[in-house]
Design a protein around this ligand. Structure first.
Ligand code: GLP
Length: 270
């Protein structure tokens, strides 16, 4: 796993966006052979999306031949609800780039048959040849997408109940009222994310430092589902200094040293 330690949120977001842009450019995608991008929601990737939009606006990248699959969606929340992940993605990313509507895939949390919706999602990912790059964030308890602690590390897209911890954390988007937060979600599994050719996780702020410690310094463990990244052949965590406060000094120094060139390369790319 590569761990890239950036100085702050802005640098983390710039690094991640430049990295994703470079992967898209390198593939030179076509309609027949698109670039398949996995997309997260949450506050962490907002800066990454803003930077990708800037790269599109300056003509450096196009999303014409990019197909996306989102990580998750709440169950029983209207699609046009301001806090649905559909709204989040269109408001913060898709409406600002040249992506084709038919290339956007987001789980339908209002489907009459939720299990079928999840099975069809996995089939759709397979039909385009799998995900080239899955971007993600982590919850304060180390969860990936909505794969809460204890989720199978081999799991696939399915219905998941949210933990009290996540309901409390996400209530900030629902007038700080835990009763307004949906209780269930549809989410890709840990196994779905790990099947991607590459995985890039953004992790920032002191509230994520304990999760980062477990994901990087402890063993692979279903109680910290993002720790499955240790098993991925091409896994990257890009974090800010604030998120590293619970890492051992030796771990911090090690990754600062070994990843310096990689840090510089993508910061200065565009
Ligand atoms: C939600 C999402 C996750 C996200 C997490 C952290 O639970 N399902 O995909 O990583 O929130 O969000 P934030 O980036 O706002 O801390």
């Amino acid at each position: 796993m590569r761990v890239i330690i950036t100085k702050d949120y802005d640098q983390m977001s710039l690094w991640a966006a430049n990295y994703v842009a470079q992967r898209i450019v390198e593939k030179n995608p076509t309609q027949e052979n698109p670039f398949v991008l996995g997309c997260p929601t949450g506050s962490s990737p907002l800066g990454l999306y803003r930077n990708l939009i800037k790269l599109y606006e300056s003509g450096r990248i196009s999303f014409q031949n990019v197909v996306t699959f989102n990580m998750d969606e709440y169950v029983n929340l209207p699609v046009d609800h301001p806090q649905s992940y559909h709204s989040f993605m269109w408001n913060n990313f898709f409406s600002h780039i040249d992506i084709k509507k038919e290339n956007v895939h987001i789980l339908n949390g209002n489907a009459t048959d939720l299990m079928k919706e999840c099975e069809d999602y996995e089939k759709a990912i397979e039909a385009v040849g799998g995900i080239d790059l899955f971007m993600g964030g982590v919850g304060p308890d180390g969860h990936l997408a909505f794969n809460e602690p204890g989720s199978s590390l081999g799991s696939r897209t399915r219905v998941k109940s949210l933990t009290t911890n996540t309901i409390q954390a996400n209530s900030r988007f629902f007038d700080n009222d835990v009763n307004k937060v949906p209780r269930q979600s549809l989410t890709v599994g840990v196994g779905t994310v790990m099947a991607a050719k590459e995985v890039l996780i953004v992790c920032n702020g002191p509230q994520k430092s304990n999760a980062l410690h477990h994901i990087i310094e402890e063993g692979v463990n279903h109680m910290w589902t993002a720790s499955a990244l240790q098993m991925h052949q091409h896994g990257i965590i890009v974090c800010d200094e604030d998120a590293t406060v619970d890492l051992r000094t030796s771990t911090y120094q090690y990754f600062k040293d070994i990843q310096q060139a990689e840090l510089d390369k993508y910061i200065n790319l565009y």
